[in-house]
Design a protein around this ligand. Sequence first.
Ligand SMILES: Nc1ncnc2c1ncn2[C@@H]1O[C@H](COP(=O)(O)OP(=O)(O)OP(=O)(O)O)[C@@H](O)[C@H]1O
Ligand SMILES: [Mg+2]
Length: 269
Amino acid sequence: MDMIRPVETPVNPHVTISGVSKTFRTRKGEVHALSDIDLTIRRGEFISILGPSGCGKSTLLMLLSGLVPSSRGMIKVDEKSIAGPNSDIGIVFQQDVLLEWRSALENILIQAEIRKADMGAARERAKQLLKMVSLQDFENAYPNELSGGMRQRVSICRALLHKPPLLLMDEPFGALDAMTRDQLQLDLLRLCRDNDMTVFFITHSIQEAIFLSDRVVVMSPRPGRVERIVDIDLPRPRRLAMREEAKFNHYTHEITDIFKGLGVFREEV
Ligand SMILES: Nc1ncnc2c1ncn2[C@@H]1O[C@H](COP(=O)(O)OP(=O)(O)OP(=O)(O)O)[C@@H](O)[C@H]1O
Ligand SMILES: [Mg+2]
């Protein structure tokens, strides 16, 4: 395995992560979650993070959000070091966190209320976002009247209401069935194209990472390190049929082999 990583000279960096490590101190001792992460995310890029459970993916997302401090190293967003919660981001988690007593539209508007934004403009944008994800007829529906996929669409709309230049997503489609997941991937790509965003996307699915991304970051088991970055040279817009193409399969094999090399997948011999 080559030990020398090429030095990246990215065009227009949006996020720069340099020498970042994170150690949690618990009652049982220290947990080294992340070790020496170097990663530059380009403006407008869709980057996915793939890695085994417990390798520190969610921790890295929390460091980017500014909600959790790193133990070592530096993270810069727009050339500025992160010091405290970053309000210029949107976050979507695996489980939607919708308030059951508020309609879909009112759930999205929470984002504007917290920011004390112009509510008239926010309402217009919220409706526009609902339309973009085909939920225009459900703005007055309550979360318990929505399917899992619809609920997650509402969460995405809420994360995008304030037009964040950076969207952080932690396995947002992990709890959805395969067909809903396919549709939401397509919805997300359309939203990204229309909203000029940089996306940091965590997933356990190799195929999902390839389908969505410009680059896939493959992480090693804990303490998480960047093992390899795979450039995904597939045209956009992405089409579902691309998943059957030889080039797509080539990427799937390449990434699977990296995980086999790391002992993440063990096959019978
Ligand atoms: N607040 C915390 N306090 C103590 N340890 C933590 C904390 N958050 C995460 N960890 C530990 O850090 C390691 C990485 O956790 P993290 O949640 O980032 O993994 P992950 O890659 O997101 O896993 P998964 O794929 O299962 O979601 C784990 O060993 C976890 O126990
Ligand atoms: Mg996680």
